[in-house]
Design a binder for this molecule. Sequence first.
Ligand SMILES: Nc1ncnc2c1ncn2[C@@H]1O[C@H](COP(=O)(O)OP(=O)(O)OP(=O)(O)O)[C@@H](O)[C@H]1O
Length: 549
Amino acid sequence: MIRPGQLLRLLHINWVLVRNGLDEVILATHLFRPVRFLRWLAPWHLLSRRTPRAVRIRRTLEDLGPIFVKFGQILSTRKDLLPDDIADELAKLQDRVPPFSGDLASAIIEKTHGRPVQDIFAHFDTVPLASASVAQVHAATLNSGEDVVVKVLRPGIEPVIRRDVSLLHYIAGLAERYWSEGRRLRPREVVAEFEKTLYEEMDLLREAANASQLRRNFEDSTLLHVPEVYWPYCRHNVMVMERIYGIPVSDLDALHEAGVDMKSLSERGVEIFFTQVFRHNFFHADMHPGNIFVSREGQYMAVDFGIMGTLSPVDQRYLAENFLAFFRRDYYRVAQLHVESEWVPKGTRVDEFESAIRSVCEPIFERPLKEISFGQLLLRLFQTARRFDMEIQPQLVLLQKTLLNIEGLGRQLYPDLDLWQTAKPFLERWMSEQVGARAFVGRMKRSFPEWSERLPEIPELVHRTLQQASEGKLQVQWESRELEKLRHQMQRSSQRTIYAILGSGFLISASLIYGLDGYTPAMLGGAPLLSWVFGGISALLFLAAWETD
Ligand SMILES: Nc1ncnc2c1ncn2[C@@H]1O[C@H](COP(=O)(O)OP(=O)(O)OP(=O)(O)O)[C@@H](O)[C@H]1O
């Protein structure tokens, strides 16, 4: 049920749609028919029809505010869902939210910490360094002298997000029901995914924890510097971290001026990506150029840890094998892996799938980055996969987005980069660590601390077990299903033996009684009655033994 506040916002959304010449969207959803009259209030909608559809969609999202802009930014990476022209146009979406006042930021910090900003920081700059839809960043200096940045959650953002996200859910529901393409595009799932990312970004303690983990992962590496988190100052709406001074990665002139080797910089970008995804299984999933800086020594520096991705070990393994098979142009293996991992339905013909993948990939091999586009490659692969009923893998979506970011970065820094040659040795090393002798040694190394802890207990354990065995007190707990079955069989067979022995006993007794001279108490058909009874019992026992199977 839609609430009055939401209804007003819904009317506003429709108004914006009409204004941007997207009134067909309103007509497509039958429930909005009553507001169709709005189009006559906006005569310029006819003029706007001359503007390309993709531009009209981008403008609409910008007019609808930051949550819709973010939604569009995420959609722009989903070339598997959207037509190319729309995805490319949405990639141009900019967060254009005005900053909130520095005094308001100070007031929020004071309220959260329960003491004046002057007590917390030696200096707090009320002019923001940057301002985005969810948070704003200020420079400050700690009393101990370190330069820091303070990230403050935008006040009042939570209810706005809740209202807009619930509307997006509502619209997704309508789209699924009334739009022919609705089901294929899985709008509900797309919105649910977006909602998760937004709520994760709204918790700055979570972001601080992500930053700490990533910093630890690269502690001994010269590849990436991650700012230190100052935990005592962090709360759910305030995060304080080391301020980094680097050259923005998009400032190519400054990078050249500083003498940074662009080839090695772009190669190290690829290495950071593969290290995060495969070695650490914890990757920065918001790698747009605004979040990446480079030190004068050519080391990467990252900020903004709101969105991080991980993969399950199974996906990680399949993905690495897929990449390697791609790099070796072993399309049969690629197709086989897709069937094994059930990314395509079980009965898919591997040879047919192989040939489809070959026709997509073969044209792009051995070309420098400037001539290939991951976006295009992914798009063609997705089209192929759709023909083969491949399901969209939601767990791989963040990875796909990051891959596109890396491509953009590489293209900008060093367009001649040979992506395949850079990535291949890394993946080969990783795979050899996962299988074979090195993997075995690695696993032994990992489990050694546990074993070394248990080692001193072993003589005592052996002694106790032997003693119990010699005293006949050894107890074994059956746990496996097979053992349990065996136990039942043994139980039944001993029961059968008992029935058979008892049956024989009664049979022998019956014969003895029958053969006794001068036995008179009760007779039946010329034989003692007791002999009949024992014979009967014996027959029943034999029957029971036979039935116990
Ligand atoms: N530790 C830091 N040192 C120096 N500058 C920083 C630091 N952290 C953030 N910034 C600056 O502030 C900007 C915004 O920070 P951040 O990306 O974390 O905020 P955001 O609200 O998540 O923005 P967006 O969602 O647009 O990426 C960065 O692009 C960078 O210029």
